[in-house]
Design a protein around this ligand. Sequence first.
Ligand SMILES: *Cc1c(COP(=O)(O)O)cnc(C)c1O
Length: 391
Amino acid sequence: MKRQPLEPALEAIERQHLRRRRTTVDAYAEPGSHASVIVDGRRLVDFSSNDYLGLAGHPALAAAMAECAGRCGAGSGASHLISGHGREHAALEEELAAFTGRDRALLFSTGYMANLGVVTALAGRGESVLLDRLSHASLIDAGLLCGARLRRYRHCDADAARRLLAESTPPTTVVATDGVFSMDGDVAPLRALSESARAHDAWLVVDDAHGIGVLGANGRGAVELAGLGSEEVPVLVGTLGKALGSFGAFVAGSQALIDFLIQRARPYVYTTALPQPVAAATRAALRIAREESWRRERALALTARFRAAARQAGVPLTGSVTPIQPIPIGSARAALEAQQALLRAGFWVVAIRAPTVPAGEERLRVTLTAGHDEHQVDALVESLSRIRAPA
Ligand SMILES: *Cc1c(COP(=O)(O)O)cnc(C)c1O
């Protein structure tokens, strides 16, 4: 748009109840935990973070970060390919490869950049990229940036994906999906997608930002839950700022894939390496995630408790069985009002509006974590049932 006053555009966004505002967390209510926060002098239980294992505020992560900062300082000083790649990065990559059962892993600064890097390295002009209609924005942006023809199939519909693959001109070289969908909490049909992708020599990219650490017998995510190995899912993207409580992301796959990404993934090559203390904190998180399986069991048990109580109380739910529990509302205005009512009751649950979800599908997005307790979950359901009651 040409240069002009922006206030009218902002007012239009406001009128549609779509203006976004930030809330500042002034402090955490209890040391070592992020489950409850202080905002404007009030204590709120945070049911909106992605801190599924309750690790973001864990003292072991902070201690690892501080210890590493004492040795390595705050900044890495250069990109990984120049002089910014350190021991902590190398060790974390090895541990992530072992954790995911892949040959190698490559650290990226964010999940957004990992998706841009992978898709732009593996697809380009004269090819097609196939995405789930509800894919994360970073996958959509990656599909647009790479220059390939971008096509989207109906959400979680593996048959629709198969049909598009079969008739695809130009040929599809990348099929990409979230493992667990960030705003819906449902799990992609990974086995069927992998069969179709393999039959057409396409790379299957699974972005498991919300599954890593949470799903599967060992917390290895949606891919482990589906019983798929690196042959079926050759490109696995994971993020470190959600269940693992720190920051950053990784791609795991074969030796050749990782070598290729180091050559061709521009969001890897042309950016400063993550601070080493962040990698050190992530290593501590990975150790805890491996050793304390009760954390993911607890997040899932609280999820089951939330669903049972909500059903009992007449609170609408979706089919999601992961810690992401959307409460369908249907309009931006009503979703905002529900968010306000919950804030008054002491709960921080965020209204998710267009364009993050399709217009008309506005919702509250509740997330359960290992840092919550049964009483908090029951009290949240009680408040939800009251705001849903007719006025
Ligand atoms: C959060 C998220 C990302 C982005 O990860 P960041 O590390 O926060 O940039 C990518 N994909 C999905 C599905 C996500 O939910």
